[in-house]
Design a protein around this ligand. Sequence first.
Ligand code: FAD
Length: 402
Amino acid sequence: MTTVLISGASVAGPALAWWLRRHGFRPTVVERAPALREGGYKVDIRGAALEVIDRMGLRGQVERHDTGMSAARFVDSTGAQLATMDAALFGGREGDDAEIMRGDLARILADATPDVEYVFDDSIATLTPSADGVEVSFERGPRRTFDLVVGADGLHSNVRRVAFGPESVHLRPLGHHIAIFTVPAEFGEERIELMHPAPGRTVGVYRTAGSPDARALFLFPSPEGGAEHRDVAGRKALLAEAFAGAGWQVPRLLDAMWDAPDFYLDSMSQVRMDRWSTGRIALVGDAAYGPSPASGQGTSLGLVGAYVLATSLAAAPGDPVAGLADYERRMRPFVEANQRLAERNLKGMVLGSAAQIRFQTLMLRLMPHLPGRERIIRRVTEPIRRAATAITLPDTPTPRRA
Ligand SMILES: Cc1cc2nc3c(=O)[nH]c(=O)nc-3n(C[C@H](O)[C@H](O)[C@H](O)COP(=O)(O)OP(=O)(O)OC[C@H]3O[C@@H](n4cnc5c(N)ncnc54)[C@H](O)[C@@H]3O)c2cc1C
């Protein structure tokens, strides 16, 4: 049985493990965190990725964990409502498109792979390829040999660094940073996305259906020198500096930040690579082609990438290198179409001037009354829909599960 080591147990890793099991491979997942990382932020599943979820038989579970968001409400620096819009339109979702917390999706995928070996609290240290496998040393566990190794370990992928070189070569910053952390429920309103646009920086707070707490989200221009060299306290100080003087409930949110259990701050960057495999080592999901949170398509790319990678490997028994080439050929146009969404979306997420904010507010207020309303909405949703469906999924070969 072909053995595959997957680094990363979030979305792409467990999804890949599911499909590899289905095709008769034996996957092992190694995750750096001591346990499955719950919580996080809300992510979208659209188009071809929904089809993958259907083929896994997980649609019902995903629907049961839907965030249930109903509206986005824009507020000014005093908290007064500027405009409101439907949550699905705000998130660029239509039809069956789903929104779910990343942690809930990771839990669903991990629970769906009970026969997969998960190793927590460890990380790959070295990869030594041989003619018919890869010898792997770990930071904690004993050395092992696998037929294939796949990095599904996110934007700052360890496998990418070990096998493909420093991340500075592959990361393309989009000019903005993003921060997100959990805040007490009282900051948000259940099922409402509160947004406060200010010139050059945006703050949001949302609370999903039934959630005991809320999430605060901050977008701002990348600071000079970046944030990579800073520790958590340094990153928090950076965020406080970037939002100094901001109105609405920002000062209270920044106070709450110091107690946040899950503070996240990073550059919005895309991963751009000429190749996603070298020999018997490959990448999937954000590690290979992270489109950035601004695209709203990272989760979908991870799900589709996992499906295509497993299907391509299954279609080339005994020749993983041919399978990896097929994966790349099928996925690249889809990835490029989705990566293109990010910069366009970002322009609408952070507005440059007070005049732009006034114009956006006016458009949102007029929208329900405009005669060409449907056409305007389509102009927002159509590019996302087109990118999300820009791949024909290969058929699933007959399962070889033992
Ligand atoms: C703030 C924010 C908002 C986002 N919003 C959206 C959105 O609205 N819609 C959307 O579709 N996407 C969104 N995304 C992106 C989405 O979360 C990712 O595209 C998606 O989670 C990618 O899944 P992945 O499995 O490839 O990587 P990740 O989810 O990043 O998972 C990587 C996993 O690898 C593990 N890992 C890291 N290093 C190692 C190591 N050395 N060894 C072992 N394991 C390791 C990590 O602990 C993690 O579990 C957002 C991302 C962020 C940060």
